[in-house]
Design a protein around this ligand. Structure first.
Ligand code: 0A1
Ligand code: ZN
Length: 895
């Protein structure tokens, strides 16, 4: 609990528990909705066909009908045509409306509400984004549109009429098929949409506005002609090509790899500029943040293109994993999210470089999910309780959830996994299912026992795996001892051993894989990589008939989301960096080696010394720079040092200044020693052909810009380095090459940097998404005056606290991605952070709560910073009218 000195909110918010789940009392078989759109006062009429879902032997068994509702004005309510009276027939409170004594059997309920899309700054329910009406109903936004059982296990057929002004809303969209359109008086018109698939309320969507449309077609495997339409604000339509292309490739891939085909004749995407998240999978009407649709070479980086490809695919894949089979309750969120992230990762791996995708996934997992699992907000992939479900759209539910699915895939193999998928869909199509249902389908289809595996869903924390090995020369046997532990997390002091697929390999002196078979296994079963199945706290594995290995390679391909505790010598790491046949493990060896050097350098700096770095490490870097065979995208990853936040995770207490100085020192040392090689790589990787966001040329850009980054470590003393950055910027014909030097310049500062930043601003001042980049690269700058600059940028006309992309770009980047300046010793970063969270909470509580999480990591800091951070959390908690969202994060952060 929070410190007793802090005032709890007037009413402590209710905790919702998974174990309290009960099935709904009523089914809503169909819902007719009619919207009369007005920005400040939209009328919503609904007609619900209600059927009891509980035993009603007699009238005495009839239960009250509870409907959720929030921020609604009730206009009228009638049951089977008879108006109901408040007090006598129903009551309304802050959380909804209850029909106290409904009749026995089925009945019809008609409700009219009034809502205020224009005043809806929470961006949940029906709101206006730059003049466009749009909805966001996941998780619990539908209750801000009308009274309804707003829970995912109530599946209903929707019939939606939208009436609106023709001039400002020529486009009227909802889910399913367009059934009818027509003219009305007073310059208004209407459209009627019918969705044949019963769905939960969180998948409802409505969009109305003046939008441009990019249309193409797709023929499914079985011959269905699907119209694909991407709607955007006028003037943005030329930037929709890549998203359309990605959508088609995703549709084809899902047919080929998963055997899953699209099920309607129309698939719509709408991109809006104000959106709380990345995108949303509403049935046949996906709504997207502009950021994940719009791209052209001049305004989007290679990374942006990759992000669009994967988010478009992700939302499309939800049609089966999320929509056709949905979640029984929100504790099962990872059922759809973990699985769909796994699917989008597989898509990216199949269409791009699998090793590079894996490396990037693991980098992101370590940057976001591992810290969450090690902090006060740690929770299982399937949480046990929540106060506000919006706080659980987390890296754990999404990314660790995807790792859990990936481990099932490793254990069962592609064929076994696909068998499990088919059974899962066959059993649960049209239903609201649970994580247990999914695992049961995988187990039954493959006739295996996955009981222990299920602990991955219930146990929080990142497991630690330690491997020790010994070679017995007499018998030619290598014996590996593997131990697993898991640190305690909030509410879970004791942990049970997990079932872990742990991929290992042994390398001989020439760097060749030694073929491996476990003792007792058929020698025909040898393979270069052996996936060990860990189940106990400690296990031994014996590999007979092998020569003495030179190096041990483990957790190949990152087969399990664990931390490795084993010590390997610097020499062994250097060897693996050069030789490991598993590209992930090869990259990982470099990261571990770098991490070791950086942590040593931190200690040296703290003791007032000058850090030195192994020449073996620098030599290994040189080898990578000189290796013409190496995939360039892989080389770029291998040459990138662990980030400051990740280094900080390995250290207690965290010393942000020393980490920054150590990392800069290593960068500089590498740049000074390898200048010629870096220059060579920089020169030969100049791309001359016309821009394409992928393939060899994107790899070349990644490698060239990595070289540029090292060479910039020679600035500012070496004028040529600074000049190179400015030249690179001006020579660029695409955003990737413009952003790379600008990011470096923003760190260096000075006249050249200011002039280039100004040039960028002037060039792109009218492009909303590019201005987000401009804000972010100033917020992440290592310069000492960054906080002042961030505050000044809040005054820039492009910035607004009610626009999530702006808040994320400027404030989010500062508090999440700039540890050096955020953790300023005087606490100014923390004070600024808490001030903004408090202001934002009155505007958009979801965004406020998500922004708040870095303050919760106080336990990693030294004493004084801990005190400062906790004081800010307490200040937040004692503020009046705190939202449930912020209350939950702030109170848990202080526990
Ligand atoms: N289901 C979406 C993510 C999403 C979640 C919540 C939202 O509003 C609170 C919006 C989108 C996805 O996984 O893409
Ligand atoms: Zn999703």
């Amino acid at each position: 609990m929070p410190d007793t000195a802090t005032a709890a909110p007037a009413q402590t918010p209710t905790v919702i528990r998974r174990e309290d789940y009960t099935a709904p009392d009523y089914a809503i078989d169909s819902l007719a909705l009619a919207f009369d759109l007005e920005p400040g006062a939209t009328r919503v009429k609904s007609r619900l066909a209600v059927a009891p879902a509980h035993e009603q032997g007699s009238a005495a068994d009839v239960r009250p009908l509870k409907l959720d509702g929030e921020a609604l004005k009730l206009v009228s309510i009638a049951l089977d045509g008879q108006p109901l009276a408040e007090g006598r027939d129903y009551r309304v409170d802050d959380s909804g409306l209850t029909v106290t004594a409904p009749p026995q059997g089925s009945f019809t309920l008609e409700i009219e509400t009034e809502i205020d899309p224009k005043g809806n700054s929470e961006l949940s329910g029906l709101y206006l984004s730059n003049g466009i009406f749009c909805t966001q109903c996941e998780a619990e936004g539908f209750r801000r549109i009308t009274y309804f059982p707003d829970r995912p296990d109530v599946l209903t057929r929707y019939h939606v009429t939208i009436r609106g002004p023709k001039d400002s809303c020529p486009v009227l969209l909802s889910n399913g098929n367009l059934a009818e359109t027509g003219e009305l008086s007073d310059g208004r018109h209407y459209a009627v949409w019918d969705d044949p698939f019963p769905k939960p309320s969180y998948l409802f969507a409505l969009v109305a506005g003046d939008l441009a449309c990019h249309e193409e077609g797709f023929t499914t495997h079985s011959g269905r002609e699907v119209a694909l339409r991407i709607y955007v604000e006028h003037g943005k339509e030329s930037r929709t090509g890549w998203a359309m292309d990605s959508l088609k490739r995703a549709m084809r891939w899902d047919e080929t790899r998963f055997g899953l085909e699209y099920d309607l004749d129309l698939f719509n995407i709408v991109a809006v500029s104000d959106f709380n998240m990345g995108a949303m999978e509403n049935k046949s009407l996906n709504v997207f943040n502009d950021k994940y649709i719009l791209a052209d070479p001049d305004t989007a980086t290679d990374g942006d293109y990759a992000g669009i490809e994967s988010v478009v695919a992700h939302e499309y894949f939800h049609n089966w994993t999320g929509n056709r089979v949905t979640c029984r309750d929100w504790f099962q969120l990872s059922l759809k999210e973990g699985l769909t992230v796994f699917r989008d990762q597989e898509f990216s791996s199949d269409v791009r470089s699998r090793p590079v995708e894996r490396i990037q996934t693991v980098r992101a997992l370590r940057a976001r999910q591992f810290p969450e699992d090690a902090g006060p907000l740690a929770h299982p992939v399937r949480p046990d309780s929540y106060i506000e479900i919006n706080n659980f759209y987390t890296p754990t539910v999404y990314e660790k959830g995807a790792e859990v699915i990936r481990m099932l895939h490793s254990l069962l193999g592609e064929d076994g996994f696909q068998k499990g998928m088919r059974l899962y869909i066959e059993r649960h199509d049209g239903q609201a299912a649970t994580c247990d249902d999914f695992v049961a389908a995988m187990a039954d289809a493959n006739d295996v026992d996955l009981e222990q595996f299920k602990r991955w869903y219930s146990q929080a924390g990142t497991p630690e795996v330690e491997v020790t090995g010994a070679y017995d020369g007499d018998s030619g046997t290598y014996e590996m001892t593997v131990r697993q532990t898991c640190p305690p997390t909030p509410g879970q002091p004791e942990k049970q051993p997990l079932q872990i697929p742990f991929a290992v390999g042994l390398l001989d002196a020439q760097g060749q894989d030694i073929p491996l078979a476990l003792e007792g296994e058929d020698s025909g079963a040898t393979s270069a990589t052996k996936v060990l199945e860990l189940r106990e706290s400690e296990q031994r594995f014996r590999f007979p008939g092998v020569p003495e290995p030179r190096a041990l390679s483990y957790n190949r391909g990152f087969s399990a989301p664990v931390n490795l505790k084993s010590e390997q010598s610097a020499e062994e790491l250097a060897f693996l960096m050069a030789q490991d046949s598993d590209p992930f493990a090869r990259w990982e060896a470099g990261q571990r080696y770098a991490l070791r050097l950086l942590l040593q350098a931190v200690e040296t700096l703290q003791a007032g010394g000058v850090p030195e770095f192994d020449t073996a490490f620098i030599d290994a870097f040189r080898e990578i720079l000189r290796d013409p065979q190496l995939d360039k995208a892989f080389a770029a990853e291998a040459l990138t040092l662990p980030g400051e936040s990740y280094i900080g995770e390995q250290m207690q207490p965290l010393d942000v200044d020393a980490i920054h100085r150590a990392r800069e020192a290593l960068r500089r040392r590498l740049a000074e020693t390898l200048t010629d090689d870096l220059q060579e790589v920089y020169t030969v990787n100049t791309v001359t052909e016309a821009y394409s966001p992928e393939g060899e040329q994107a790899a070349q850009r990644a490698l060239r810009n990595t070289a540029l980054s090292y060479l910039s470590a020679l600035a500012p003393e070496e004028g040529a380095a600074l000049e190179r950055l400015v030249d690179h910027y001006h020579a660029a014909d695409n955003m990737t090459d413009r952003m790379a030097p600008l990011r470096l310049l923003a760190d260096i500062g000075g006249e050249a940097a200011e002039a280039t930043l100004q040039d960028f601003h002037d060039r792109y001042r009218d492009n909303d998404l590019v201005m987000d980049k401009w804000l972010a690269l100033q917020a992440v700058s290592a310069r000492p005056d960054t906080l002042e600059r961030v505050k000044a940028l809040e005054e820039h006309p492009v910035f607004s606290l009610s626009r999530p992309n702006k808040v994320r770009a400027l404030i989010g980047t500062f508090v999440q991605a700039n540890p050096l300046r955020y953790h300023a010793a005087d606490g100014s970063g923390y004070r600024f952070h808490a001030d903004r969270v408090l202001t934002l909470d009155g505007i958009n509580s979801q965004i406020a709560a998500r922004l708040l999480t870095p303050l919760g990591r106080w336990a990693r800091m030294g004493e004084e910073r801990q005190r400062l951070m906790k004081a800010e959390l307490e200040r937040i908690l004692s503020a009046p009218d705190l939202s449930r969202d912020v209350y939950e994060i702030a109170s848990k952060s202080l526990e």
